[in-house]
Design a protein around this ligand. Sequence first.
Ligand SMILES: C[S@@+](CC[C@H](N)C(=O)[O-])C[C@H]1O[C@@H](n2cnc3c(N)ncnc32)[C@H](O)[C@@H]1O
Length: 482
Amino acid sequence: MAQSTFDARTASFLNWFRALPGATFHPSIQIQDLRPRSAGRGIVATADIPEDTVLFTIPRNAIINSLTSDLAKRIPQIFEDSTTGLEDADNEADEDGDASGPPDSWVSLILVMIYEFLQGDQSRWKPYFDVLPEQFDTLMFWSEPELHELQASAITSKIGKDEADNMFRAKVLPAIEEHADVFYPPGAQRLSEDQLMTLAHRMGSTIMAYAFDLENDEEEPDEENDDEWMEDRDGKIMMGMVPMADILNADAEFNAHVNHEDESLTVTSLKPIPAGTEVLNYYGPLSNGDLLRRYGYVSEKHSRYDVVELPWDLVLSVLQERLNLDDNQWGKALNELEDEEIEDCFVIDRDLDGPDEKGDVHGEVALKRLPEDLLEQINTFLKAIRKASPESIPDKRKRDEISVAAIHRALELRLAQYPTTEADDLSFARSGQVSGRQAMAVAVRVGEKHLLRQAIDLAADKINKMNGPGDVAEPTAKRQKM
Ligand SMILES: C[S@@+](CC[C@H](N)C(=O)[O-])C[C@H]1O[C@@H](n2cnc3c(N)ncnc32)[C@H](O)[C@@H]1O
């Protein structure tokens, strides 16, 4: 977008915001163009700001959702009537953006956003829509070759494009078609199905990266004074688009906080913010893979929360090779497991503390423990093996040894699923030949490989401790080459 258009849209949005009854905007902050560092618009302090300063106030009636948009007044039945299918008890997705199928608060907000967008100049949020993104770097919009750069990252299986397409076709497009006279202003050109799908993706992705869960305050609503902002009729937290609060960028360390009050939302400084510093919000302890999936960027500070997945099948294949049982014994042990609750996949993460009340994080970025649930499941399985073949696991010591060795080997195999090493990636990243989406993909896979290496070293350490001096597990690098 041309600089002049970008600046004009920023200025018009700021003027619109300031004119809202009840809105405030501190004189020592400014909306700035941060596109040179791929961060869109952001808010920057223009003078030193003390701790606990109200930076801006957003009146609740400036928020976009079904409580403020005319759409819910014009066709209340689509928000109330369960026969439309908007109320879907089977819907699994939750507020963290799980792609397995959004809950109805998502569908409602997508419909409201599409409605307000289609009203054009007639929408009271028009200057706000003009600063919302038209394009995204979230994984939903990556091509196959771009996704390929994520290598063996499990994040590629969580994009949920098909689920989103299905939901748009099942719930969003039919509601627009049925109430076309409401959605389209008089005389407006109707959109084709493809255009509506594109618009639904655009609004869905905007909601994913910009919407807020709306609470009232920290208190639970009581029965008499049931708080409509806190909960919708299904008891889920209501979402809304919050102009200005969503101009804030975010990081794992941050300096501002959004407070949810009765009549407004306020953003306050958590600590002194020096002039020239960006005002940052917090999106949660997300891995870089998840940050990329949901928000379309990565940050070095978020790599502390990186995760990798270790499939149970991989652990089983290692155990099968190592225990070398005949098919009959192996089959018996697997049968025993059928009565147990078996996890298909185990998450490895560092389980670090989140930020303190000032938005700072502390402590070493180390992996201290192998996943307890994985150790337990292997234990259960090895007990079943022992029933089928007592001689293969004579005692607990042997069982523990097999268990950690299997995890160690499975982690090595998991690491080998990434076609390049962490060292290759780091030198590629430093070569200056990588940018944009590719650079973000490299950051994700580097973080995951780093975590896997920490897990392998931790397992090797445990093996060495069990074996005692003189019987040392081979170092990671050597095993990796093999
Ligand atoms: C709530 S919006 C923040 C405002 C946004 N920069 C804009 O121009 O509209 C969230 C989006 O901002 C961008 N973003 C947020 N924090 C960022 C950061 N630390 N670095 C780069 N981009 C960031 C991402 O594109 C994300 O999807």
